[in-house]
Write a protein that binds this ligand. Structure first.
Ligand SMILES: CC(C)(COP(=O)(O)OP(=O)(O)OC[C@H]1O[C@@H](n2cnc3c(N)ncnc32)[C@H](O)[C@@H]1OP(=O)(O)O)[C@@H](O)C(=O)NCCC(=O)NCCS
Length: 262
């Protein structure tokens, strides 16, 4: 088991995580272009809003000028996006400043080979169980494609909250791991991931990953999603019913990330 963080901080009330919308997505693009060594095309951002899953796996950290009420009404726990009236309302009241963001991709495992014809039971074809319910245990992985915080807003818990939102999504989606590429010379970011339970030592180094940087390699950092994450996440949900969206309690109770979400 990888090392877990143990420090705790008081959450910064000015920072909220918001789902991406057509109104705020340009601010995520500007932030990433400013801070990251890879320039992602417009389609990278259009794809976020086109897919509910990718919308769920993308969050903007917004610095609010005014502090929201201590006990905001519970949100719908959903993917947000343009249809989220609460997020829209809050955004109109105080659009805030986008100071961080994460954008991920869900990677599904290859589908199992189809069973021999005699084993197909009526009602269980096409991935449906006997009750025809959607299968949510994907067994896949979440790949963190971009994660960054604007320099003056670092060390306030923004990055921790963003990564915790990803871990939470991993639990919800039944994923087995979360992983990312980190520039091999970025010891600060590698240590940062290590302190959040990622294994940074055994992952492969992908040579030439960052064409603009020297050295150009990227270290793959991985964090397994375990039963402890599922229990911590469930405890959080059962404890106060807090869901996703505006002011979401990302990171709380998530495998050593509690209290670090800022
Ligand atoms: C890596 C990165 C995302 C971290 O972002 P961040 O917002 O500064 O992260 P956090 O604030 O959550 O954590 C930084 C430190 O502040 C501390 N901190 C957290 N909440 C705090 C609070 N409320 N008050 C004071 N300090 C706090 C954390 O404990 C942490 O220290 P630790 O790692 O020793 O535990 C940021 O440095 C960055 O954008 N780097 C450039 C891009 C990059 O490298 N991305 C990663 C590769 S994908």
């Amino acid at each position: 088991m990888a090392q877990q963080a143990s420090t705790s901080h008081t959450p910064n009330e000015h920072i909220v995580l918001r789902p991406p919308t057509s109104q705020n997505i340009a601010s995520l693009r500007r932030l990433n272009s400013l801070l990251l060594p890879i320039n992602y095309p417009k389609s990278f951002y259009n794809d976020i809003l086109a897919s509910p899953t990718t919308t769920r796996l993308t969050r903007l950290a917004v610095w609010l000028h005014s502090v929201p009420p201590a006990d905001p009404p519970p949100t719908d726990g959903g993917g947000g996006g343009d249809g989220d009236p609460e997020a829209q309302q809050q955004q109109q009241e105080d659009p805030g400043v986008t100071v961080g963001g994460v954008r991920c991709r869900l990677e599904l495992p290859p589908p199992p080979p189809p069973p021999p014809p005699q084993e197909v039971v009526e009602g269980e074809a096409d991935g449906e169980g006997a009750g025809g319910e959607e299968q949510i245990q994907t067994g896949g992985a979440i790949y963190i494609m971009t994660l960054c915080t604007l320099s003056p807003y670092r060390h306030l818990g923004v990055g921790t909250r963003l990564v915790a939102s990803v871990l939470r999504a991993a639990v919800e989606l039944g994923c087995k791991e979360v992983y990312a590429h980190v520039w091999e010379a970025n010891t600060e970011a590698l240590e940062w991931y290590r302190r959040r339970g990622f294994d940074v030592d055994t992952g492969e180094v992908v040579k030439g990953y960052y064409s603009k940087l020297r050295p150009a390699g990227a270290r793959v950092v991985r964090r397994r999603i375990g039963v402890g994450d599922a229990i911590a996440f469930a405890a959080k949900v059962d404890g106060d019913g807090e869901g996703e969206g505006e002011g979401e309690g990302e990171g709380e109770g998530l495998g050593g990330l509690e209290g670090l979400e800022g």
